[in-house]
Design a protein around this ligand. Structure first.
Ligand code: GAL
Length: 414
């Protein structure tokens, strides 16, 4: 009897102890499910756990995050938002306007984020002066990736103009090699389109078209030339491209099935996760043209009830901008750190190129937000542009028709 009373009491004590020590918790919605992406997000999960946190994973597969954003909307509408959400660019402000984001200024101020983040990145993380998101990285979008062996076997250098790219692609095609690995999904079409557009419109033209939505630029001769080049690109992809995931396109370059891919440097995360070495197995170069298209991943915290969840949000925000996480995560993800004081010694040549060109672009005023990755425009406008891009890419629409459609689509989205 004594023993069983004692046993019951100690079980209760244990239960109480367990609930008291449940500690910081966070349900985290993200779309990092490819090989390189999963390795990267695991870094955050591990650091969160090592600091006493309990992570509930909510991965929503789908490159570029369209499916994740649909899942988020459903969760918020049902009054059950996840604690932390991979969210970026103007979408952060859109959710702030809905009144559902938590203010993480106390963490940001305690950790001195203003001192370690470039002002342009910090601006994306603030909503009416308070901090509403934590940045994890800087991805560059305007990259050209190539299989080193295919290029040398065909005596081809990394192209530095679109004319050179076309000449290389024609030569490869004649030799029976798929010139361009591509996945036919709207966001991937948009990625290729904005990289081509940067090269052809130039820095100022890109800004006018995709930040200012200037009608004269959207209907200019140069915009016609952008769609002409997109038609050429369509001719350089294989017939199995529809619906293909971006990381499978990266694998085609890795395995020697295709020569090039145009994709942000999350593609490098895939090469690295497969043990490939930059400069040996694969090559990276900024795509033809000047400027630097940035895509900063970040996490926003949504309003949730309960001290444990709120502690989880604070811990997560603190770790995300912490020096160690910014280094280890970005070594895996293919991006470079968002904070300026991370030691880059362990980063590879592609990351060093990215960091150097980000600094020079910032000085020259040619640092541009990626429209295809939700950094430049709100959803309605970027969606309107992407609909035209993908309709053109997947049909025999002329450049004239595409330009007219683009102008109308943008006007109707405003
Ligand atoms: C981008 C995101 C990257 C990468 C990519 C493919 O929009 O910023 O981190 O995940 O999508 O999923």
């Amino acid at each position: 009897m004594r023993n069983s009373v004692f046993a019951a009491t100690s079980t209760l004590a244990l239960l109480a102890a367990v609930s008291v020590s449940a500690g910081p918790q966070a349900e985290v919605l993200h779309w990092w499910t490819s090989g390189g992406e999963a390795k990267s997000v695991a870094v955050l999960q591990e650091e969160f756990a090592a600091n006493g946190g309990t992570w509930t994973d909510m991965p929503v597969a789908g490159g570029g995050g369209d499916a994740a954003m649909t899942a988020l909307r459903a969760r918020v509408l049902s009054g059950n938002a996840p604690a932390a959400v991979q969210l970026k660019g103007p979408a952060i402000q859109e959710w702030f306007d809905e009144g559902v984001l938590a203010d993480i200024s106390s963490v940001a101020e305690a950790e001195g984020w203003d001192k370690v983040l470039p002002a342009s990145i910090a601006a994306h993380m603030k909503c009416e002066g308070s901090w509403c998101a934590a940045p994890v990285n800087v991805h560059r979008v305007d990259w050209l990736w190539a299989n080193a062996e295919i290029l040398s076997a065909n005596d081809i250098e990394m192209p530095t103009s679109w004319a050179e790219f076309n000449a290389a692609a024609d030569k490869l095609q004649a030799a029976g090699v798929i010139p361009l690995a591509h996945g036919g999904q709207a966001w991937q079409d948009a990625t290729v389109f904005e990289v081509v557009a940067l090269g052809i419109l130039g820095v100022e033209g890109f800004h006018k078209a995709f930040v200012e939505l200037d009608p004269a630029t959207l209907t200019s001769d140069k915009m016609h030339a952008v769609f002409d080049q997109m038609r050429k690109m369509r001719g350089y992809v294989d017939s199995n491209f529809p619906g293909r995931d971006w990381n499978l396109a990266t694998s085609m370059v890795m395995n020697g099935e295709a020569a090039f891919q145009i994709m942000g440097d999350w593609a490098k995360g895939e090469f690295l996760a497969a043990g490939k070495v930059p400069g040996e197995d694969f090559l990276c170069a900024s795509a033809p043209g000047n400027g630097f298209l940035y895509n900063v991943d970040s996490f926003a915290m949504f309003d949730v009830d309960g001290a444990e969840k709120q502690d989880g949000q604070a811990l997560l925000a603190k770790l995300i901008v912490g020096q160690n996480f910014q280094k280890v995560f970005n070594l895996n993800k293919g991006s470079i750190p968002a904070r300026v004081d991370v030691n880059m010694a362990e980063f590879d040549s592609c990351a060093h190129l990215s960091a150097a060109e980000m600094t020079s672009s910032s000085k020259e005023g040619s640092l541009l937000p990626s429209y295809a990755h939700g950094m430049a425009l709100r959803g309605a406008q970027s969606g309107a542009i992407t609909d035209v891009v993908t309709a053109h890419f997947n049909s025999d629409m002329s450049s004239d028709e595409a330009v007219t459609m683009l102008e109308n689509a943008v006007r109707n989205s405003l």
